[in-house]
Design a protein around this ligand. Structure first.
Ligand SMILES: [Zn+2]
Length: 334
């Protein structure tokens, strides 16, 4: 994913107005608040999610066209099979990157409860960036990022959610999309490069297996959801185009006592897989760390060689996994 636009003063006023509105939902009843906090639906296991990230990192950088990428793709499909997904589709294609590279991609799609009319789409990219372009030295900039957080974390959390869905079936339908070639974009300059990112998702929206009947009502994108001391603000584009699901997620996080991690404020705009899903008519929110305390933007490890397993936090994985799983289990069938 790439770039944040500066929040305009109008957007800031909008954000402030939203915050004051949401402040009225507070319960004054201590007892009911306590009860609300402990209702964890499912049994999200942060250790399992962490292990799925470690497994991906162990393959090496998952750059399209490399053996590590292919091996990790097989691992992900095998996990979905193991966790009883009803439908698994591997969408192979060749796409052209901004620099002319021809990338063999594989978007991995799976479904749970395929006949339910109300569907939620969970999305994460599984490829990793070929260049650590945020490194200081030229030599390091040419190396691929390990992608523990940027790539590995979203997949790890969703695989652990899938494991839960096998044990306790959701009332709604759940679709899972692991997108490829999200992170092969052009980081030189900040204009007119948006479409060099998210190549797998752009291919998918042109070929997606949906009719007007089975199209998901909402999507949730998980990107960089495992960083140490992560803070998740409401991404501005999500807040405009996928507001109901955005409100639901940040509300559920508060119910579960994660309001320090899910900061209920609107921050800047990110170009990510959700950009193209929203354009294709699937309202999708992006849970992404893009306003970190340390940088005021993406986390310090972003697109560096430090994006490794040592910088993954089980506490962060727990907050994200429990929040998203609770939202899914509260969704109705229709
Ligand atoms: Zn990235």
């Amino acid at each position: 994913m790439i770039r944040l636009t500066t929040i305009t003063s109008a957007a800031l006023i909008f954000a402030t107005a939203l915050c004051s509105c949401n402040g009225t939902a507070k319960s004054t009843d201590k007892q009911s608040k306590m009860t609300e906090k402990v209702v964890l639906l499912g049994a999200f296991d942060k250790d399992s999610a962490y292990q799925y990230i470690a497994d991906q990192v162990a393959f090496g950088p998952r750059v399209p066209g490399t053996p590590a990428h292919d091996a990790c793709g097989k691992y992900i499909v095998e996990k979905l099979r193991q966790f009883g997904a009803d439908t698994i589709i591997e969408q192979h294609a060749v796409v052209e990157a901004f620099n002319g590279d021809k990338l063999p991609i594989n978007n991995i799609f799976a479904q749970y409860n395929p006949t339910a009319l109300n569907r939620v789409l969970l999305v994460a990219h599984w490829d990793t960036r070929p260049w650590a372009n945020m490194e200081r030295s030229e030599e390091r900039r040419m190396k691929p990022v390990p992608g523990a957080n940027d790539g590995g974390s979203g997949v790890g959390v969703i695989l652990e959610i899938a494991r839960n869905l096998q044990k306790l079936a959701p009332t709604c339908g759940v679709d899972i999309l692991f997108t490829d070639a999200e992170d092969y974009g052009n980081s030189n300059g900040f204009t007119n490069n948006d479409e060099s990112w998210c190549l797998g998702t752009q291919y998918w929206v042109d070929n997606m297996p949906y009719t007007s009947v089975n199209r998901p009502a909402n999507g949730i994108l998980l990107d960089m959801v495992g960083g140490t001391d992560a803070r998740f603000h409401r991404e501005r584009y999500s807040n405009i185009h996928a507001k109901p699901i955005t409100v639901k997620i940040w509300g559920e996080a508060k119910n579960l006592g994660y309001e320090d991690i899910f900061v209920n404020k609107v921050a800047g705009e990110v170009v990510d897989d959700h950009t193209f899903l929203n354009q294709a008519g699937i309202p999708t929110t992006d849970i992404i760390e893009h306003m970190s305390d340390a940088t005021g933007s993406f986390p310090a490890t972003w697109h560096t060689l430090d994006d490794d397993i040592q910088h993954i936090s089980k506490k962060t994985l727990d907050a994200v996994g429990n929040t998203v799983l609770n939202v899914i289990y509260k969704e109705k069938a229709i």
